[in-house]
Design a protein. Structure first.
Ligand SMILES: [Zn+2]
Length: 213
């Protein structure tokens, strides 16, 4: 199992994960404020390989601001769930880039639909629509290692906000319901520490936080 956590020097940046199998996939890019260091760290982890794809868990600036620089540097393709539309048009209301004092240019992003399987040998990622934090948020479940890349839906000890544009608390409840049926060993969230060995616990805790259902 080869999953790297790519370090950023920018405190509010999303977590950035690099998955290496037959192909290489980056999950989220951070805001772009720390791109130089991040690109160096990705290069080091790639160790001569190319970067094939970037998958974005959702459209918030702290997760996608670095996208164009990554595409420019590595020549990779970019994918997202339903939030792809907001990223393509650099929608200010939903991407929140002005709140981060950032700039965002439109980017070429393909949309992945729920249930899509991305097979890269040692990892087989399934796209799961998990709206709530944003309308087009996705999680990626690695069926080989039972790992969940949960973006800002599930954190190690909490849940993502639902009060921002396109967010919805009832969608969030449905998403947690969906995730509670999956065996999650390791949780790789969009911010904060990962949960090793007990990812289901984080989902159960989130359900409790929402008052149970
Ligand atoms: Zn977010």
């Amino acid at each position: 199992m080869v999953i790297y956590s790519i370090k950023s020097t920018v405190q509010f940046d999303s977590n950035i994960f690099l998955i290496i199998g037959n192909r290489t996939i980056l999950i989220d890019t951070g805001s772009g404020y720390g791109s130089e260091k991040i690109i160096q760290n990705i290069r080091n982890a790639l160790d001569g390989r190319s970067l094939d794809s970037v998958i974005l868990t959702h459209c918030h600036f702290d997760h996608i601001g670095g996208l164009n620089k990554i595409i420019e540097t590595f020549g990779c393709k970019a994918f997202a769930g339903g939030d792809a539309t907001y990223i393509r048009y650099a929608d200010p209301a939903v991407t929140l880039y002005e709140d981060f004092d950032g700039e965002l240019l439109p980017a070429d992003v393909e949309e992945l639909s729920d249930g899509t399987i991305i097979d890269i040998g040692e990892h087989r990622l399934r796209v799961i629509d998990t709206p709530g934090h944003t309308a087009g948020s996705i999680s990626l479940y690695d069926e080989v290692t039972s790992s969940l890349f949960s973006g800002d839906t599930v954190f190690n000890n909490g849940i993502g906000r639902t009060d921002m544009p396109s967010g919805s608390s009832s969608d969030m409840q449905n998403s947690f319901q969906k995730l509670s049926n999956i065996d999650i060993k390791t949780l790789y969230p969009g911010h904060g520490p990962s949960a090793f060995g007990n990812g289901n616990e984080s989902v159960r805790y989130g359900i409790q936080m929402m008052g149970g259902f």
